[in-house]
Write a protein that binds this ligand. Structure first.
Ligand code: 13P
Ligand code: ZN
Ligand code: NA
Length: 279
């Protein structure tokens, strides 16, 4: 993960993280990244891991699919919003490449303490760590958070005291759909960039305008997370097929257009983040 993020950070583009919600997501993410010659991050939220069969199964499926599809671009498996230190350790033990420890609901001292534990364990196993300060608003996989802007001093404290590889400073972004216009804290981003030299991660990117996205990348957001935009494209396509013919029941026929929809939206995002042909 460090290789692809540092490269993007230096060269002023971002690597997209696409969250998987089933096998067709994984297939579509890997195939499209290969087609676009783009480095890519596959995210699994803490909640979806168990839905999809657990850390070990996911790691095996990820590795096998990469091999079987002859994927040659860098593709890494990442735990998104790990809820506890133990969950992050489980992911590391199973063979994940990278983990996010999400201590955003805790007081900063507690967040620092736990993030440090994750970093110590993960780094010993060659696994990278992302952490969060402030709170990304909205709901993802049933986990709700009130939006709160990251405090600058806390961002610096957490980064310096834990040795994390990347930081997600919550500066107005929201998981799921935005209610009204997104309002990203660019002033805070500028300030934070002056005091920190590690790649930033932008959560809640679905629904953010291209202009804001480019600005965030210019302030050193080298990893940009997408889940909702994929799921909207997928579910819209499914609804359309099912509504078009009440007699349909063959899964392959029903699912094909939704796979195409995923491919298209993923390709569009790869181009927008600048990861196109960077591998
Ligand atoms: P969206 O819900 O905006 O796609 O955000 C995804 C995300 O931040 C995953 O961690
Ligand atoms: Zn997120
Ligand atoms: Na969003």
């Amino acid at each position: 993960m460090n290789n692809i993020l540092d490269e993007a950070f230096k060269k002023n583009y971002a690597v997209p993280q696409f969250n998987m919600n089933g096998l067709i997501w994984l297939e579509s993410i890997l195939k499209t990244a290969e087609k676009c010659r783009a480095p890519v991050i596959v995210g699994t939220t803490d909640k979806i891991v168990d839905q999809l069969g657990g850390f070990n199964l996911l790691t095996q499926v990820f590795k096998t699919m990469k091999k079987d599809l002859n994927i040659t671009v860098p593709a890494v498996l990442h735990l998104d919003h790990g809820q506890t230190v133990e969950r992050c350790i489980e992911a590391v033990n199973a063979g994940y490449d990278s983990v996010m420890y999400d201590g955003s609901k805790l007081l900063i001292e507690e967040n620092v303490k736990n993030t440090k534990k994750v970093v110590e364990y993960a780094h010993r196993h060659g696994v990278t760590v992302e952490a969060e300060v402030g709170s990304v608003g909205g709901t993802e996989d049933g986990v709700y958070s009130d939006l709160s802007y990251a405090d600058q001093t806390e961002c610096v404290q957490l980064s310096k005291e834990t040795g994390i590889d990347s930081l997600a400073p919550a500066l107005g972004s929201v998981h799921g759909k935005y209610k009204g216009e997104p309002n990203l804290g660019f002033k805070e981003m500028t300030l934070l960039r002056q005091s920190l030299d590690i790649p930033f991660v932008l959560h809640g990117a679905s629904g953010i305008s291209d202009e804001d996205l480019q600005k965030a990348i210019s302030y050193g957001h080298a990893k940009i997370n997408y889940n909702t935009e994929l799921n909207i494209a997928w579910s819209d396509a499914l609804r359309k097929v099912l509504n078009s013919n009440q007699e349909l029941y063959a899964p392959m026929e029903i699912l094909e257009p939704s796979k195409q929809a995923l491919n298209n939206v993923i390709e569009g995002i790869i181009k927008r983040t600048g990861a196109f042909q960077k591998a």
